[in-house]
Design a binder for this molecule. Structure first.
Ligand code: ATP
Ligand code: MG
Length: 585
């Protein structure tokens, strides 16, 4: 199925691997729209085979009638090249080792235009130019060059991980993006994802009922908030299977927090006869004769690996890892921006919350659910005694009524309003505030950001690096100063003033979140991912001032009622509702 440039890349690379190539080079121009070229050092084709290869159902992978069944089980249809050629301009150069000269074949819209002898190395090069030149509807369906390029990277990444012994090189618009020599799987994982991955992966090698499971799973240091890095291969072909994904997660048990996903790269080796790979046109979904058995094998295989001695770090809580290079920041109140009006107070977060505390003891200020009396006395203090004026703002807003705020389960803020009770979800409220702020910043000069005392060097994988490049400009508008450091390494030099937590983690989370958001305006996507990742979380203890400031800033937004992802921010319970429930009415 050829529906976009990345599927062309997939088919061509698959053919090169089928031809036994040990070196494959992929060249992409304009997101693959103007050129996709795959060059391999595989077995090559004779002139005759070269012509035949573009005919439908002409797979050379059938050499004898008995083979037919086997071919079917492996899913060769012999139609990939034919369908690619019918919607593009193709140029093929190929030579088998036994012959001195190669063949040059050019086709347009599936018709042969040129056939001649040519000097050529062993192997095959196929260039696909001007994809969908003769099918305008499909051409229009393609996304931006960047988006198509990212799809290609996703596809290439899968091959990188299923064939580590094959050398891969990728060029984009004449520039080399990467070159990986043939190497071990462990080395390949490190080359793609960085050293951190090599240090935190656990080998899996498990055989059960004719199923062999091999590869690596990540320990808890590699948990991520998105599914991104989960690679499952069946006989080295990438597949997608929800239930088998779940089998891997299940193996982690309670170590895996809700909403987190482990890293894995696993291959299932099993008799092709026991799988139907023809249920989906791109063969990405498959049907197993006995899926329960496969599920159990994965579950047990991964469990066994996690229980092995090497998996001990899994039991280590990430909080216990000392952060030696915790950057020192200016105190939050110096960060007040002169351009923001006084309504918008920056948050002051309690340092103590980030410090480890002995298990079993409550947080020192846990009981700071302020009592009404406390709120009362605070209110009675004359203005200008050091209490933030924002408080007065809220009293003003509530027309002098008695107002108190309470935090419930470190998640919800309760407050009295004239007509009854409001309940605010602290995380989504802050998200809404940050989202609107971010949208405003895109149109203005960037806000002041805080320079990190120790700039953070971050190594990204190719895909994330691309995403970063796409959003870098917008991030800078929010106060993130991230610079290229060569290769896929970037340096975080400064972050927005009201950001909390580890800069690298936040940057990675923004990238993840951005990838997960469906097609929307790029600014909205950046603003929403930034807001979600920098907002206070459920579980953060807030002081009275913080809660009041939050409510205040929330009501200054354009749409205080819904967060950028569409979740409600505020629930109101009218007094009558309560009266009714207490049978007062
Ligand atoms: N890079 C290559 N090196 C050698 N032979 C190739 C190469 N690419 C294609 N071929 C030959 O062309 C034939 C047709 O390729 P095509 O991709 O259309 O079908 P297929 O790979 O047999 O099946 P499928 O449709 O499942 O991909 C292949 O069977 C193979 O013999
Ligand atoms: Mg093929």
């Amino acid at each position: 199925m050829v529906d976009r440039p990345s599927s062309v890349v997939k088919e061509l690379v698959e053919n090169s691997l089928d031809a036994g190539a040990t070196e494959i080079t992929v060249v992409v121009k304009d997101g693959g729209k103007s050129l996709i070229q795959v060059v391999d050092n595989g077995q090559g084709m004779t002139e005759n085979d070269a012509i035949l290869s573009f005919e439908r159902h002409s797979t050379s992978k059938i050499s004898a009638a008995e083979d037919l069944h086997r071919i079917e089980t492996l899913g060769f249809r012999g139609e990939a090249l034919a369908s690619i050629a019918s919607v593009s301009m193709v140029e093929m150069k190929t030579r088998i080792p036994e012959e001195a000269e190669g063949t040059l074949l050019k086709l347009e819209g599936g018709l042969v235009k040129t056939l001649e002898k040519t000097a050529w190395q062993q192997g095959t090069s196929i260039s696909v130019k001007n994809l969908f030149f003769n099918t305008p509807a499909r051409r229009k369906f393609m996304k931006t060059d960047n988006a198509e390029y990212r799809h290609i990277l996703t596809v290439v990444n899968r091959f990188l991980l299923s064939y580590p012994e094959v050398s891969f090189t990728l060029y984009r618009n004449r520039q080399q993006v990467f070159h990986y020599p043939g190497q071990s799987l462990e080395e390949r994982i490190e080359a793609i994802f960085g050293e951190r991955y090599r240090e935190n992966i656990i080998p899996v090698d498990f055989e059960f009922a004719g199923i062999h499971i091999s590869g690596f799973v990540g320990n808890m240091d590699l948990f991520r908030a998105s599914r991104g890095y989960q690679y499952l291969f069946l006989n080295r072909r990438y597949i997608v299977n929800k239930s088998l994904n779940y089998a891997v997660s299940l193996a982690y048990g309670t170590v895996l927090p809700h909403g987190n996903y482990p890293f894995y790269r696993l291959n299932l080796d099993l008799d092709p006869e026991k799988v139907d790979v023809n249920v989906h046109p791109s063969k990405i979904e498959v049907r197993f004769e006995d899926e329960r058995m496969v599920f159990r094998s994965i579950l047990n295989g991964v469990k066994e690996a996690l229980n092995s001695a090497q998996a001990v770090p899994v039991l280590r809580a990430p909080e216990d890892v000392p952060e030696f290079f915790e950057p020192i920041r200016k105190p939050p109140f110096q960060e007040m921006r002169s351009d923001s009006n006084n309504l918008h107070f920056p948050f002051e977060f309690r340092q103590s919350q980030r410090e480890p505390r002995p298990i079993g003891l409550p947080a020192e200020r846990e009981e700071s659910f302020s009592s009404e009396e406390e709120a009362e006395s605070a209110r009675e203090e004359p203005p200008g005694t050091g209490r933030p004026q924002v408080k007065q703002q809220l009293y003003k807003a509530s027309q002098g009524e008695r107002v108190s705020v309470w935090q419930l389960h470190k998640k919800y803020i309760f407050s009295q309003i004239k007509s009854g009770l409001i309940i605010i979800d602290q995380h989504v409220a802050h998200e809404r505030i940050l989202f609107e702020q971010a949208m405003e910043h895109f149109d203005k000069r960037p806000p002041s950001s805080q320079q990190l005392l120790f700039p953070r060097t971050v190594e990204l994988n190719t895909e994330d690096f691309e995403v970063l490049r796409e959003i870098q400009y917008y991030l800078s508008k929010l106060g993130f100063i991230v610079k290229d450091f060569g290769g896929r390494t970037v340096v975080i030099e400064a972050v927005p003033t009201d950001i909390r937590g580890d800069e690298e983690t936040i940057l990675r989370q923004i990238i993840d979140d951005y990838k997960n958001l469906e097609e929307r305006d790029i600014r909205e996507k950046v603003a929403a991912s930034f807001a979600c990742k920098s907002a206070i979380k459920a579980g953060d203890l807030l002081s009275q001032e913080e809660m009041i400031s939050l409510i205040d800033r929330l009501f200054a937004t354009k749409n205080p009622y819904f967060c950028p992802h569409g979740r409600p921010v505020i629930v109101t319970i009218p007094l009558e509702e309560l009266d009714k429930r207490f049978l007062r009415l």
